[in-house]
Write a protein that binds this ligand. Structure first.
Ligand SMILES: Cc1ncc(COP(=O)(O)O)c(C=O)c1O
Length: 451
């Protein structure tokens, strides 16, 4: 079969995620044959630079030899085993090693198979904790405006990006919404690099009002990814920790997109020097190889579930693929790679290079409102009116037009609305950075000329 045949067969049977399928009439699916490093190759050999890490999960390059080898080896001894009453060496070793690197105080690992399910688990865990420790009125959750925590119903409820949630509102949970930091449009006219998080007053007000009914607040630490890679200061997390202590509200860290050096440190919470009560990790955990997530919590929370069976306090939550050995083998290989320290060394030089390159190329364009970066993540906010920070009409789908042009030139960008961003595998080399930024700039300028 040739490329067109494969595309026809795809569209005959497959309903792709997060897509208006009618768009595929004009832009049929790109059929990938293989990957290597940051490159994806289609079945005709065309190369695409995967600068979005295939939805932010590919951490150390496609077909990383060390991870592939670990996975292959594991597949020959044990592919899966029920995780209730049974265990295996890989997951024990993984939990032990993760315990050494997660923020202090987090010590118990409960596994699932994707980010959304981890969020659901964290919410249920927090709720049940308060039911079993006498604060039974704590039945609600808080989350930030512009949040994204996944697509299953509770995770979607915690999220607040209209694009994903609006239609489902009648069937979603009633979440207490806290105005998130919005540094580009800061209502206090401050700068994220030296402000005192004046916007924290919104959280203070919400906590004061809803303290008795709130079990937990969920946050994407430092980076609201799906909202357009919005970045806020670590100080906000420090303040949130204090407020959560004051009102006995759990702090749930959604580190699904930020974990494993995406923000320049192992976890985004490390920038703040404080710990959450519950932390969700996924995506980079297995290097983007296998669907695996972990909900990590404190011994204090764990102990509230630990009792005689007859007391009915157990956490009766399960997923078939919890603790999957194949996922564990990949995650252990990822930790081995970090242990070598070469990636961290490389990042010391590539991170400032990439961030400066993007600033130099985009900051002075007439339609670029802001360029922001954390770790290797860089976002370029395209606006119609720079002075007044006015966006283009979303109906023209500016980002999508840029996306299509960049694909033709071999770069997989996938903007979020009018925010062009890079969130590449950590192994990206300077040469590839030069190429991807050149293409992104050309495509942005060409597209802007059309409007
Ligand atoms: C911050 C955050 N939380 C949760 C999720 C959901 O993870 P999954 O797609 O594995 O369900 C995502 C996915 O992009 C995410 O970015």
């Amino acid at each position: 079969m040739n490329l067109e045949d494969w595309q026809k067969e795809d569209l005959k049977y497959i309903w792709h995620p997060c897509s208006q399928m009618k768009d595929y009439e004009e832009l049929p699916p790109i059929i990938i044959d293989h990957g290597k490093g940051i490159n994806l190759y289609d079945i005709e050999g065309k190369c695409y630079k995967d600068v979005v890490s295939s939805w932010w999960c590919n951490l150390l390059g496609h077909c990383n030899p060390k991870i592939s080898e670990a996975l292959q080896k594991q597949s020959k001894t044990l592919e899966h085993v029920i995780f209730a009453n049974f265990s295996h060496k890989g997951i024990i070793e993984l939990s032990k090693r993760l315990a050494q690197i997660v923020p202090q105080g987090l010590s118990k690992f409960n596994y699932s198979d994707n980010g959304s399910s981890a969020i659901e688990m964290a919410m249920k865990m927090s709720f049940q904790y308060f039911q079993q420790t006498g604060k039974t009125k704590k039945t609600r959750f808080m989350a930030l405006t512009d949040a994204y925590h996944g697509e299953t119903l509770a995770a979607l409820s915690a999220g607040a990006c209209d694009l994903y949630t609006k239609i489902y509102k009648p069937i979603l949970m009633d979440i207490i919404r806290v105005q998130a930091p919005d540094c580009y449009h800061c209502p206090f006219n401050k700068n994220r690099d030296n402000c005192s998080c004046e916007c924290f007053c919104y959280a203070e007000k919400a906590f004061e009002k809803y303290k008795d009914e709130t079990a937990a607040i969920l946050v994407e630490p430092l980076l609201q990814g799906s909202a357009g890679m919005k970045i806020y200061p670590a100080l906000y997390l420090k303040k949130l920790r204090e407020l959560c202590n004051k009102y006995d509200i759990h702090l749930i860290a959604d580190e699904i997109a930020t974990g494993f050096y995406r923000t320049g440190k192992m976890f985004a919470f490390n920038h703040a020097g404080v710990s959450p009560d519950i932390m969700c990790i996924s995506k980079g955990l297995t290097g983007g190889y296998m669907p695996m997530a972990a909900v990590v919590t404190t011994d204090k929370i764990y102990q509230a579930f630990y009792d005689d069976y007859s007391k009915g306090k157990a956490f009766m939550h399960s997923h078939t693929y919890a603790g999957n050995p194949l996922g564990a083998s990949c995650a252990l290989a990822v930790l081995d790679i970090f242990k070598e320290g070469k990636i961290q060394e490389q990042l010391k030089s590539t991170t400032p290079y990439f961030n400066n390159l993007i600033k130099e190329n985009f900051l002075n364009l007439d339609n670029v409102g802001e360029v922001r970066s954390i770790g290797l993540i860089n976002a370029i906010e395209i606006v119609k009116d720079k002075k007044n920070k006015i966006h283009f009409d979303s109906k023209i789908r500016l980002g999508y037009q840029i996306y299509k042009k960049a694909l033709k030139k071999g770069v997989l960008l996938r903007p979020l609305g009018d925010v062009i961003y890079f969130n590449p595998p950590l192994i990206m080399e300077k040469e590839d950075m030069d190429f991807a930024v050149k293409v992104a700039k050309e495509c942005t300028i060409e597209t802007l000329k059309e409007f």
